[in-house]
Design a binder for this molecule. Structure first.
Ligand code: MN
Length: 507
């Protein structure tokens, strides 16, 4: 996923001290970049792109970064004093994410031997402030990371930024395919697709379900059989689902066929995310001899595709589908993640919590145990039918959930720290689920989320920290509000109102 990507490292200096110091700056820069790559903490390769010392040099490297498909962002560092007027034209051109690293080649001051030459060569304290000024003056969106370049904590902050930069680059090459429209009358999952492409990068297209059915028709029975066999290897399959000739087995077989149809269609279109609508599943009349449609909601397909990084949003929720894909990219290798929906409240004093589930579509990467493949009747949507699904509960642990909403003049990212707690068995509700307490507590967390206008759908992950979403909001230029252990409703309300003013002035 991150293999073919690069982060470019550009060092700032000037010729004031002659050629020899610049040669040292070069060698220090190479040693630092090599050392950072060798430390293995950053999942994207860092490439040293030279020490720049003039406005022309800087503009050239920024334009090259814009044009280079592998380059997902730039790290700048001012080894010595780099007068920042020479950065104006370059920074005005830069279209890729920027990380300003405030570090120094040398760690501790050599008190006994330090002279003026040494001081001139260890001038980041000075040069990075000059650079910071011009970024602030030009209103350049960036992340500032301060710390010694060998310190794991410094590298971790760069690693977070690099993962988010990879996800932002991925989104600029993302097609979200909508099978069916938004669920009628729902406001929060809808929004401006043009603004989304301008701001968040991804493109949203409609694919008629009749076209998806052309892929469905073309699925070979042998491929379905093979996929059913794969299900049997991957999941706990007990009772009828494992017995050919039963209705349950047939329902699983049909679900596998639906999965293959969706896969083929996404592949043919080059889509990385999709939405479904449970009222639009192909030919309406299942008894029509010409019937070509899904006999059930393709929830199992959504569950399995999410696990592979395909974005998914239910009921036409294309913003959540895209956000899930973005989350999956930045969360790669760090832990499970899933699309989830606030379903049912559990009032239980200080342990009051929210059951997170969906009709079917929860990603098995958050499962505590091996998922069970089950078939049950589902009485919602255009087909009321025996429906295959993976059933599990999520692992206890802390995580973060997020959503994006369209406020009309901007997108707002709402982020909430949550604690997943142990769920109880739900023998009459055979769906995948999680149970969590939103931070700082149920009343404040849910209250703040509602006050911010957050969706009932969100994208949850165990492995990330709020810094990921903060970097994402910075790179994409959208609003972010974060509900955490320090949130109070009064303070949060003030923050929302400050945001209103900020984005009114910003436009
Ligand atoms: Mn839903």
């Amino acid at each position: 996923m991150f293999d073919n990507l690069e982060i470019w490292w550009v060092t700032g200096a000037q010729m004031l001290y002659g050629e020899e110091p610049v040669r040292i700056v070069e060698s220090h820069s190479r040693e630092m970049v090599d050392g950072i790559n060798a430390a293995g903490a950053i999942p994207v390769k860092v490439v040293y792109k030279g020490t720049v010392m003039s406005s022309k040099d800087i503009e050239r490297v920024m334009l090259e970064a814009n044009a280079d498909g592998k380059c997902i962002g730039i790290i700048t560092w001012m080894h010595t004093f780099s007068p920042a007027k020479m950065w104006i034209h370059g920074l005005q051109q830069l279209r890729k994410p920027l990380l300003h690293l405030h570090t120094q080649y040398n760690a501790e001051i050599p008190w006994d031997t330090m002279d003026m030459d040494f001081m001139n060569l260890n001038q980041s304290a000075h040069g990075d402030r000059e650079f910071g000024h011009i970024c602030a003056r030009l209103d350049v969106r960036r992340k500032v990371v301060v710390g010694y370049w060998k310190d794991p904590a410094t590298l971790e902050r760069i690693a977070v930024w690099s993962r988010v930069a990879a996800a932002v680059a991925d989104a600029r090459d993302m097609l979200v395919l909508r099978f069916g429209d938004q669920m009628n009358n729902v406001a929060v999952t809808d929004g401006d697709k043009v603004a989304a492409e301008m701001q968040l990068g991804y493109h949203v297209d409609y694919c008629p379900v009749s076209e998806l059915m052309e892929y469905h028709k073309a699925v070979a029975d042998a491929d379905v059989d093979a996929l059913v066999a794969e299900y049997h290897r991957m999941y706990v399959c007990e009772g009828d689902v494992a017995v050919p000739s039963t209705d349950a087995y047939k329902a699983v077989w049909n679900a596998a066929k639906a999965e293959l149809a969706i896969r083929a269609c996404l592949k043919a279109k080059g889509a990385k995310a999709f939405t479904t609508n449970f009222d639009d599943l192909g030919t309406d009349d299942i008894n029509d001899p010409k019937f070509e449609g899904f006999d059930q909601i393709p929830g199992l397909a959504a569950q399995r595709l999410m696990a592979e990084g395909i974005g998914f949003g239910a009921e036409g929720d294309w913003k959540s589908a895209a956000l899930y894909r973005t989350l999956w990219v930045m969360n790669r290798g760090l832990g499970g993640c899933s699309f989830l929906e606030d379903y049912t409240l559990n009032f239980d004093g200080a342990r009051s919590s929210i059951l997170q589930a969906h009709m079917l579509e929860v990603c098995p990467t958050i499962a505590e145990e091996k998922p069970r493949l089950e078939v049950h009747f589902l009485g919602i949507g255009i087909r009321k039918a025996q429906t295959a699904r993976l059933v599990f509960t999520s692992r206890p642990g802390t995580g973060i959930t997020a959503t994006v909403i369209d406020m009309g003049n901007r997108f707002r990212l709402i982020v909430n720290d949550v604690e997943c707690i142990k769920s109880k068995p739900l023998p009459k509700l055979p769906v995948a689920s999680a149970l969590w307490i939103p931070m700082p507590d149920f009343a404040t967390g849910a209250g703040a989320w509602i006050m911010a206008g957050g969706t009932h759908h969100s994208c949850f992950a165990y492995g990330i920290t709020p810094e990921y979403w903060s970097d994402y909001a910075e790179m994409t230029g959208i609003e972010m509000v974060h509900i955490d252990k320090n949130t109070t409703l009064e303070g949060f309300k003030r923050e929302l109102r400050m945001g209103e003013v900020y984005y009114m002035l910003k436009k």
